[in-house]
Design a protein around this ligand. Structure first.
Ligand code: NAP
Ligand code: COA
Length: 299
């Protein structure tokens, strides 16, 4: 990597831990006294988004299914940032659980300024081996989950007070990524939803944007989609920037869209993938080979 580029890459750690050091590139008080509700905020990209937001003065709610994991993450996040983080148990497929969590958030914090729809489920699977229920499950988590959470937060707070929504998307559908019909279809629907909701909720002071990450190291998504084997071979040569992205980079993009730094943006999808979707192979037979060898190993 050229030195000029190496100097641009922010700190990250590969595990679901907080950063050991952090250098601000935005004003440290950019989100001062704001409140963000982050689905899937207990791991991976969502956890780093929570951390970077908190390091910019924000209090957070991190919400997903595994409460033990969330409690541990919330403790660590508060310790590094000095801000409040509430762990809340929700399943984005069940609107009642979201309603309860949003009501609790408003009781505790009295406001919500930012919603990050980050919760998702994915795995590699060729369409012909994908069960009807597997396709439905991913659509329900990624697409219904994003709608359900957006609608609850809008009705309970954003409609009267405005706010910012950032959906965490993907580039899978841009070229019909092999073994990804479920997640690609779900994220394409989310990109459409980003624009529809931007149009309908703009007059109420709500901006709706999305970040579309490429391969991001140190995440479950990366591991599940074969990224680790590419990393082990150090073969990122097909990506223009010649490397995977990191979670802090995704958090910075999300911070940009969630903050006043992007005050005139809505309905936009910010692709943050090192140029990967433009040039990376979309090789059905190679991915099929990888999928079958993983399946054999699991048996
Ligand atoms: P991750 O750590 O597995 O994040 C997914 C989160 O979603 C988990 O914290 C999980 O927590 C939560 N979740 C799953 N199902 C849920 C449900 N039904 N209700 C509530 N929460 C649920 O994976 P990640 O790789 O960081 O992915 C984060 C986001 O980035 C996803 O939207 C993904 O599509 C996107 N993305 C990632 C990459 C990548 O390279 N990693 C690339 C493109 C896009 P619980 O298990 O506790 O519910
Ligand atoms: N390949 C093919 N099908 C799979 C699969 C895989 N690797 N994993 C699960 N499925 C199928 C199941 O067999 C089931 O279908 P069936 O009833 O026809 O057998 C269906 O998907 C639902 O699986 P289930 O385990 O009941 O769903 P869940 O709601 O408990 O979990 C998942 C959802 C499957 C998405 C799970 O992997 C998950 O919780 N993921 C969250 C973390 C994640 O995916 N992170 C990466 C984000 S990019």
């Amino acid at each position: 990597m050229a030195e000029a580029q190496r100097n641009e890459v922010p700190e990250d750690v590969g595990s679901d831990d907080c950063l050991t050091s952090y250098t601000h590139i935005y004003a440290p008080d950019l989100l001062k006294n704001q409140v963000a509700f982050i689905t899937g905020g207990g791991s991976g990209i969502g956890l780093r988004i929570a951390e970077i937001f908190m390091r910019h003065g924000c209090d957070t709610v991190i919400a997903s299914r595994n409460l033990d994991k969330l409690k541990e993450a919330a403790k660590a996040l508060s310790a590094v940032s000095g801000r409040r983080c509430l762990p809340m148990c929700i399943d984005v497929r069940q609107p009642d659980t979201i309603v309860a969590a949003v009501e609790d958030t408003l009781k505790e914090f009295g406001r919500i300024d930012i919603l990050i729809n980050n919760a998702a489920g994915n795995f590699l699977c060729p369409a012909s081996s994908l069960s009807f229920n597997a396709f439905k499950t991913v659509l329900e988590i990624d697409t219904m989950g994003t709608f359900n959470t957006s609608k609850v937060v809008y009705e309970k707070w954003f409609k009267e007070h405005g706010g910012n929504i950032v959906n965490i998307s993907a580039t899978l559908a841009y070229r019909g990524q092999a073994l990804q019909v479920h997640a690609g279809s779900a994220k394409a629907a989310n990109d459409a939803m980003t624009k529809h909701l931007a149009v309908e909720w703009g007059p109420n002071g709500v901006r709706v944007n999305a970040v579309a990450p490429g391969p991001i190291s140190g995440t479950e998504g990366f591991r599940r989609l074969g990224g680790s084997s590419v990393e082990a071979l150090a073969s990122f040569h097909s990506i223009p920037l010649q490397r995977a992205g990191n979670k802090t980079e995704m958090a910075h993009c999300t911070l940009f869209l969630a903050s006043r730094a992007s005050s005139y943006m809505t309905g936009a999808i910010l692709v943050a993938d090192g140029g990967a979707w433009l040039t990376s192979p979309n090789d059905f037979s190679t991915l099929l080979g990888y999928w079958s060898s993983e399946k054999k190993r699991d048996k």
